[in-house]
Design a protein around this ligand. Structure first.
Ligand code: 89P
Length: 229
């Protein structure tokens, strides 16, 4: 059912996904520092900055990505960063970290100046991702499909992006059928999460505005990827 080249493609993507992770010394900071709204915001800013760097490295390993127009590569990264980080941070909640990083991350997100109206959908999303019990191949492919969304703002050659995304969608569809023969709707449920991610991405733009209104500073990398300041 899965062809040889699909198996190779799968291996490249999963290897890149598991190789490019937030460095443990950065992740461990979640456990060490104090708990104030400002401290939490600073830590989350550090996590996000590190995650963006990891995301850029991962994306460069997606077969076909580097052959896209350079400006389109940037447009895809900027357009998908928040969604990819929701998926990545959701894994922390799925993994139930032995060191209690899960509870700590949740606590810091809840107390970092994000208003309740965004916290509710955000943690509903996290719960919905955890309940899927995705395997690493599915997580890696879903992140890849999110990054390769053709209709991001400023993407010029959408066809070129669509072609690569279609390859990844076909591979994920086959994987879901093989992985969960008793759950024919599973592939559709995974894609449904991408729709939820778009909504969260819109909420996120408002989160940024409210943080900035309260004079919160971001790092140069986040300012660049989110077009703030
Ligand atoms: C700039 C900050 C305040 C911000 O703005 N919006 C979000 C934001 C929020 Cl608050 C939610 C979702 C998406 C975004 Cl961008 C954030 C914080 O973003 C995060 C990004 C990644 C992680 C993250 C990812 C992977 C991790 N892996 C481990 C590990 O041990 O493997 C440990 C910690 C991790 C933390 C945490 C927060």
């Amino acid at each position: 059912e899965i062809t040889k080249e699909q198996r190779t493609l799968m291996k490249v993507i999963v290897d890149a996904y598991s190789t490019h992770q937030i460095p443990q010394d950065v992740a461990k900071k979640l456990l060490q520092e104090q708990y104030s709204a400002d401290e939490n915001f600073l830590l989350l800013t550090e996590m996000a900055t590190s995650q963006v760097q990891v995301l850029v490295e991962f994306t460069k390993n997606i077969p076909g990505f580097l052959s896209l127009d350079r400006e389109d590569q940037i447009a895809l990264l900027k357009g998908s960063a928040v969604e990819a980080m929701f998926l990545r941070s959701a894994q922390v909640f799925s993994r139930k970290m032995p060191s209690g990083q899960t509870e700590v991350l949740e606590e810091r997100i809840r107390k970092s100046g994000i208003s309740e109206e965004f916290i509710i959908p955000m943690f509903n999303f996290y719960k919905s991702i955890v309940s899927l019990h995705m395997v690493q191949e599915e997580q890696a492919l879903l992140t890849t499909i999110t990054i390769l969304t053709p209709d991001r703002p400023y993407v010029k050659d959408q066809q070129a992006v669509e072609r690569i995304q279609e390859t990844m969608l076909e591979l994920l569809r086959k994987l879901c059928v093989l992985q969960r023969p008793q759950e024919p709707q599973y592939f559709a449920r995974l894609l449904g999460r991408l729709t939820e991610l778009r909504t969260l991405s819109h909420y996120h733009a408002e989160m940024l505005t409210s943080w900035r209104t309260n004079d919160h500073k971001f790092t140069p990398l986040l300012c660049e990827i989110w077009d703030v300041q």
